[in-house]
Design a protein around this ligand. Structure first.
Ligand SMILES: NC(=O)c1ccc[n+]([C@@H]2O[C@H](COP(=O)([O-])OP(=O)(O)OC[C@H]3O[C@@H](n4cnc5c(N)ncnc54)[C@H](O)[C@@H]3O)[C@@H](O)[C@H]2O)c1
Length: 369
């Protein structure tokens, strides 16, 4: 299989989908791996590292897309990538399609096969390729929120962990999934007062056992309002898999929050869980609305590109290997039907777009809303 790894071009990106070590495993298995020049440089991997692992370096994105059939990247393709995509390509990356109808239409028009990382689910419904970035984003959300609370950043001037003779800051985490749990762990470790809400009791029980000092709550709109209006930092980490993020924090509640308090909406990549929130970037981390600082960066893990590339690469490698081992050149993604492995089955279930149509049932339901 000819596998292509383009350079990521979204603002603030520095991640690379596969590290040189992962590429070597693919090369050793008999595949050709093409890597765009400097694709790994912001993750600390030089072109020489890639060459030493047996990959072929390619100068431009255009040539890379020309050479490869299986495109493995981190973030969804932007206009600069889209012009090089063809109907015989298989694209395997984060796509967040439920929040991006124009991208769905474009990928359908091209006629390629699109498999979103975030749709790959194991038999228990866990999302093994979303989880690594959710762990990173959950941890970053607390660090980012804590620093935006500084006076010089426009914040309330609250030290999240507090200090002798002063109150700790209050953190409300919406969602006790992978990102939420990691945010809770970091906030609790700092010494902040933590409230976490979810719809699933068992997730809350697990968190409470791990962090006895936190408060856990079954999520209701009334409770979200009661807790968020008093919070210093609200972290949005909710997800309904495959769907646009549910809007759980209404504008009417944001208007009642303390001036200088902070919202970090991790769920922005799925459209955001705060009513009316806009995406921000690593260059413009936040904006202030109604006196409240809003930060909503869709590629938060890019801030720690090396760490993120390493954890992402090891998570996706077994799936890239499975895809590469199929004969995609003749049958496209249908070749997965014949493969018998948990990875092949998970990939098959995750296909979102194929032959010009949306084939994912949940995504189809979202589109019909
Ligand atoms: N911005 C970024 O850079 C970045 C990086 C990684 C992940 N994410 C996003 O973070 C979000 C969370 O991902 P995850 O892996 O933690 O998902 P997850 O499925 O592990 O957890 C989501 C949780 O939200 C809960 N939930 C759903 N509706 C709720 C409601 N109304 N109130 C309270 N809880 C509710 C679910 O029960 C679940 O426990 C996703 O949108 C994901 O795409 C963003």
């Amino acid at each position: 299989m000819k596998i292509g790894i383009p350079q990521e071009i979204m603002t603030g990106e520095g991640r690379v989908a596969l590290t040189p070590q992962a590429c070597k495993a693919l090369v050793d298995a008999g595949h050709s791996v093409y890597v765009q020049n400097d694709a790994g440089i912001n993750s600390g991997y030089t072109d020489q590292d890639y060459q030493a692992s047996g990959t072929v370096l390619i100068e431009s994105a255009q040539q890379l897309y020309q050479q490869a059939q299986l495109i493995v990247k981190v973030k969804q393709p932007l206009a600069q990538d889209i012009r090089f995509l063809r109907s015989d390509h298989v694209i395997f990356s984060y796509l967040h399609l439920a929040a991006d109808i124009p991208l769905i239409n474009t990928l359908c028009d091209i006629g390629l096969c699109a498999i979103p990382f975030e749709s790959v689910a194991d038999e228990l419904g866990s999302l093994p390729l979303l989880a690594p970035m959710s762990r990173v984003a959950g941890r970053i959300s607390v660090i980012r929120g804590a620093s935006l609370l500084f006076r010089n950043r426009g914040g309330r001037g609250v030290l999240l962990g507090g200090v002798d003779g002063a109150d700790p800051g209050g953190v409300v985490v919406l969602g006790a999934g992978v990102a939420g749990r990691n945010a809770v762990a970091y906030a609790a470790a700092l010494g902040a007062r933590v409230d976490v809400l979810d719809l699933k009791e068992h997730k809350l029980e697990l968190l409470k056992r791990r962090h006895p000092a936190i408060n856990t709550h079954l999520s209701t709109p009334a409770l979200i309002e009661e807790l968020c209006v008093q919070a210093d930092l609200v972290i949005g980490a909710v997800l309904l898999a495959g769907r646009r993020a549910p809007v759980v924090l209404k504008q009417s509640v944001v208007k009642k929050m303390n001036p200088g308090s902070v919202i970090v909406d991790i769920s922005i990549d799925q459209g955001g869980c705060v009513e009316g929130i806009r995406s921000t970037t690593s260059e413009e981390l936040c904006y202030i609305d109604n006196g409240v600082i809003h930060s909503a960066v869709p590629n938060m893990p890019a801030a720690v590109a090396r760490t993120s590339s390493q954890t992402l690469s090891s998570a996706i490698l077994p799936y890239v290997m499975t895809l590469a081992n199929q004969d995609l050149s003749v049958q496209g993604c249908e070749a997965l039907n014949e493969a018998e492995s948990p990875q092949a089955e998970a990939l098959q279930r995750a296909i979102a777009i194929q032959h010009g149509e949306v084939v994912d049932d949940v995504l189809r339901q979202e589109l019909s809303k």
